[in-house]
Design a protein around this ligand. Sequence first.
Ligand code: F6R
Length: 239
Amino acid sequence: MNLHIFDTAEQIAVAVGNMMIEQLNEKPESVMGFATGASPVPTYKYLIKCFNEGKVSFKDMTTFNLDEYCDLPVEDKNSYFTFMHENLFNHIDVKEENVNFLNGNAEDSEAECVRYDNLIDEKKIDVQLLGIGQNGHIGFNEPADKFTKGSFKVQLTQSTIDANSIYFDENPMPHYALTMGTVSIMKSKKIILIATGASKADAIYGLVNGEITPNCPASILQVHPDVHIFMDKAAAAKL
Ligand code: F6R
C-alpha cells in the first residue's frame, strides 16, 4: 500500500487529480471508477479546473460509479447520478453514453447487478476512486460476516444512514442501495482512496494496520497490488 499524508484536503485534491490526469493523458480511453460523498469533491473541482485550462480531456473516458440509492428518482437532488453530474460530468467533455450507473430503481435488482458486473468485466476499470465510511465501508459494502462478491442490493446500516441523512430534507433517506461488491472493486487495476478528518481515523487504522476482516470491508485493500491512500493528518492520526 502506498500511503500519502498531506496537510489539507486541497493538497490531496491536487495530488489525486494529477494522478488521474496522468492516467488519462497516457490512455485517453481509460475506464475510471468514481465515488460520491464529500471526500472526492475537491478532486472533482481540481479536475474541472485542469479541464478548463486545457490540461486534460475526458472525451474518450468511460465511467462507472460505485453505487446508487434505491427508491429515489434518478433526477432527485440526492441521487448519485445527480451528484456526479453536478460535481463533475456537467463541467467536462465526458460523453453521456460512456457514463455508467447502477439503476437503483430497476424492477429486477439482481439482473441489474449482473448487467453492471458484466459491463465492468468487459471494459475493466483502470482507476477506481474510493472514499471510506467511518465504519470502514467502501462503496456500500458495510461491515458483515463475509466479504461481498459482485454488485448487489444492500440494506444500509444505521451508521451510514446517520452520516448521510444530513443531505436529505424533503424525502427521507433511502434505506437500500445498489453497490459494486468487494470483488468488483478489487478487480480495478489501480485503487485510490481519499480520507479526511478525525472521524475517519479508526477506519484508516483498520484499513492499513488492522486484521483483514469483513468487519472492516476496506481492510481487503491490503491485498490489492496497486493501492494509494491519500489522507490528511487527522485521518492518519492513529497509524
Ligand atoms: C460513495 C461511497 C461511500 C463513501 C463513504 C465516505 O459513492 O461509496 O463509500 O465514499 O461513505 O463518504 P464521505 O466522503 O462523504 O465521507
